[in-house]
Design a protein. Structure first.
Length: 339
C-alpha cells in the first residue's frame, strides 16, 4: 500500500507534469530581459572559470576531438581553409595541422571564458614576454592617437586587457545577432578603460573623434566586411574582401598603426605580447594598396604558427564581382576537395 496521504499518479501524468514544468521554466527564461539572461550566462561562465587550467585545457581537447569525430562545422571550415590557403600542404602533414588548429581553437575559446571571469591583473601575469611595449607608449604620448590592428591570432581578448591596462581604448566589434549574446559581451568585456564600439555606420564618427583626441582604437582587421564596405586583396594567395576602415582612419587622422598580438607560448597558460609599427602603406590613399598591405601583415603574423590563427572562420565567402567564383564553403564545393 502507498504511504498515507501520498497521491499515486500514472507515469504519463507525471511525465506531462515534468514537460509542463520545463515549459514554464522556458517561458520564464524567455520573459527575462536580455540583461538578466546575460547575467545568468556570466554566472555559468564563472563556474567554468573556477576550474584549474589543466582541466580547462583537457575539456578543450575533448571538444576538439568531438568536432573532428562528428565532422562539425569548425572541423569542416578549418579543413576547407587549409585547402584554400595551404594547397601545398598535403596528406599527413595537412591532417596534423588540422588537428592542431581544432585543438588550439577549442582551448582558446574556453581559455577566453576563464580570462573573462578573473581579475585582469591575474590575467596579465600570464604574459611571460613583452616585445615592443615602448612603441605603444610612445604613440600615445605623441598625442596623435594610435590604431591597434590585432589579428585573430593567439588570444586577442588577453591583448584587449593589456591595452586597457595602459589607458582608455575603444574596441571595434561586430555584435552578435542575439541581443542576449551582445549583452553578454558587454558584461564580460566591460573591464575598466574599455569602450566597445559596434561596427556600424556611427562607429566611424566615434573612432575619428577618439583618434583626434589622442586616444587609442583597437580593430580586428581580418573579418570579412559587408559587400561594398571593403576591397579585395590576396590573403594566403586567395582574394579576400578586406575592410578599408582601418586604412581610411590611418590616412585621414595621421594616427600611427601598430600590429599587436598575444602569442601562446608553451603548452600551458603562457603568452608573449608583441607590438610592431605597421608599414606606412597600410594607410595608402589607394584603398586596394592599403588592404593588400594589411592582409600581407596579417598573413605574416599568422604564418608564425598557423595553428594559432582563427581558421574556423569563413574568410572567403564573398568572391570578386565578375570572377565567376562561388562561395567556396558551399557543400558542392567541399565535395570536390581532393582526397
Amino acid at each position: 500500500m502507498g504511504r498515507p496521504g501520498r497521491i499515486c499518479q500514472p507515469s504519463g501524468h507525471r511525465g506531462g507534469a515534468r514537460r509542463a514544468g520545463r515549459g514554464r521554466s522556458a517561458a520564464r527564461l524567455a520573459g527575462m530581459t536580455a540583461h538578466r539572461q546575460a547575467r545568468l550566462l556570466v554566472a555559468a561562465t564563472r563556474l567554468l572559470g573556477a576550474l584549474p587550467w589543466p582541466v580547462v585545457y583537457a575539456l578543450g581537447d575533448g571538444i576538439a576531438a568531438l568536432w573532428r569525430l562528428g565532422d562539425a562545422r569548425e572541423s569542416r571550415v578549418a579543413r576547407r581553409n587549409l585547402e584554400l590557403a595551404f594547397p601545398e600542404v598535403q596528406g599527413a602533414e595537412r591532417d596534423a595541422l588540422h588537428r592542431r588548429i581544432l585543438r588550439t581553437t577549442a582551448r582558446q575559446a574556453l581559455e577566453t571564458l576563464k580570462l573573462w571571469t578573473r581579475p585582469p591583473a591575474e590575467n596579465l601575469a600570464l604574459i611571460r614576454e613583452a616585445h615592443g611595449v615602448a612603441h605603444y607608449d610612445q604613440a600615445l604620448a605623441a598625442g596623435r592617437g594610435v590604431i591597434v590592428a590585432a589579428p585573430h591570432f593567439g588570444n586577442w581578448e588577453l591583448l584587449n586587457q593589456w591595452l586597457a591596462s595602459r589607458g582608455p581604448i575603444a574596441i571595434v566589434y561586430r555584435p552578435p545577432d542575439s541581443a542576449v549574446g551582445d549583452e553578454f559581451l558587454q558584461q564580460v568585456r566591460g573591464v575598466d578603460n574599455v569602450r566597445q564600439v559596434r561596427a556600424e555606420g556611427a562607429a566611424v564618427r566615434q573612432l575619428w573623434k577618439t583618434l583626434k583626441e589622442g586616444g587609442a582604437v583597437g580593430i580586428l582587421p581580418d573579418q570579412q566586411p559587408k559587400a561594398g564596405d571593403g576591397e579585395f586583396a590576396p590573403f594566403f594567395g586567395v582574394q579576400a574582401l578586406t575592410m578599408t576602415l582601418l586604412s581610411r582612419l590611418a590616412e585621414r587622422t595621421g594616427a600611427p598603426v601598430l600590429l599587436a598580438w598575444c602569442e601562446r607560448i608553451g603548452d600551458g597558460p603562457g603568452f608573449a605580447l608583441h607590438l610592431e609599427p605597421a608599414p606606412a602603406a597600410i594607410g595608402d590613399p589607394d584603398p586596394v594598396a592599403a588592404v593588400a598591405c594589411l592582409n600581407a601583415e596579417v598573413e605574416r603574423i599568422a604564418r608564425r604558427d598557423p595553428s594559432q590563427y582563427q581558421w574556423t572562420y569563413k574568410r572567403y565567402t564573398l568572391r570578386p564581382p565578375g570572377s565567376g567564383e562561388i562561395n567556396p564553403y558551399e557543400r558542392r564545393e567541399w565535395a570536390k576537395r581532393p582526397a
